[in-house]
Design a protein around this ligand. Structure first.
Ligand SMILES: Nc1ncnc2c1ncn2[C@@H]1O[C@H](COP(=O)(O)OP(=O)(O)OP(=O)(O)O)[C@@H](O)[C@H]1O
Ligand SMILES: [Mg+2]
Length: 269
């Protein structure tokens, strides 16, 4: 099932804000968080989530889209139009990415600008699920392109330290911090103290503290976002709380699209 709704709205300016969901290390819960925040925001906004982790994509496994033929890989390779990679799932528009090495090799990350610019013209909120490392062009691009970044942290010193690097990087490119989101919080951690201390170093507020929970893993095994699998769970509630703090800013979507088309891409580092 594919939707293409831009024609009907092309002449009207809407608000749109682009968030990157990022962290320093892998496995902090970026993909889980992108989809949970996306579903929570979708009750109020028109939301598009994009898997920009083109080297290690896994959003497709969280959304039941592992068989989709056209993904961001084909779009970034210049072989498909953006509209063909948009799937309507769980009340959102989902742009998954393929998992093959060949697909990754053929994908030109620079085309992501055009993808986001096109999507920006027909949606209110774009969430870019980002890759873990800041070392490659495809990994940094979402942070460069976004208006604001949601930094996902585990409540450990290394994770917080990595998160600070993400913040530093984001600021270099004029991307604000929307907030920090603690995930995989266990009861034996003194999360309130950790969060209070971490808060001193981050620009954005603490959006939420999501517990480590078997329900989150079960959602992934069921190929569903957490809010679709267990809407009433404590973790789902924590994500709704986070989404409630993400006030979407009012930016002219045409201006945002132009900004993306003209964005300067940093050199491979
Ligand atoms: N709060 C949580 N409780 C328990 N398991 C979790 C939680 N959040 C995420 N997970 C599990 O941890 C694993 C990694 O989560 P996810 O894929 O969202 O992280 P990621 O940051 O996107 O990883 P990557 O860096 O590999 O892209 C998944 O199996 C997921 O189900
Ligand atoms: Mg991920």
């Amino acid at each position: 099932m594919q939707v293409f709704k831009y024609d009907t709205r092309a002449n009207v300016n809407y608000m749109v804000e682009v968030f990157a969901v990022a962290s320093g290390k892998g496995g902090t819960g970026k993909t889980t968080s992108t989809l949970a925040l996306g579903m929570a925001l979708a009750t109020e906004y028109d939301v598009t989530v994009i898997d920009t982790d083109t080297g290690m994509a896994n959003m497709l496994f969280h959304t039941g889209l592992s068989d989709s033929e056209t993904t961001l890989h084909e779009v970034l390779a210049g072989q498909a139009a953006v509209e063909d990679a948009i799937y309507e799932r769980f009340g959102m528009d989902v742009i998954p990415c393929g998992t093959s090495l060949a697909g990754f090799r053929e994908a030109d990350p620079r085309r992501l600008r055009e993808v986001v610019a096109t999507v920006a013209e027909g949606t209110d909120v774009i969430l870019l699920d980002s890759a873990a490392t800041l070392g490659t062009r495809s990994a940094v691009l979402p942070i460069v392109l976004a208006d604001r970044v949601v930094i996902v942290l585990q409540p450990t010193v290394p994770s917080i330290s990595d998160g600070l690097k993400v913040q530093e990087y984001a600021k270099t490119y004029g991307t604000d911090v929307a907030g920090i989101l603690f995930n995989r919080v266990t009861e034996d951690e003194n999360i309130d103290t950790v969060a209070r201390k971490a808060q001193r170093y981050f620009d954005g507020e603490t959006l939420s503290k999501v517990p480590e929970s078997e329900t989150v893993r079960a959602a992934r095994r069921a190929s569903k976002p957490l809010l679709a699998h267990a809407a009433e769970s404590e973790a789902a509630g924590a994500y709704r709380e986070a989404a409630g703090k993400l006030t979407v800013r009012d930016a002219d979507s045409t201006a945002v699209a132009d900004r993306f088309r003209n964005a300067v891409i940093p050199d491979e580092s």
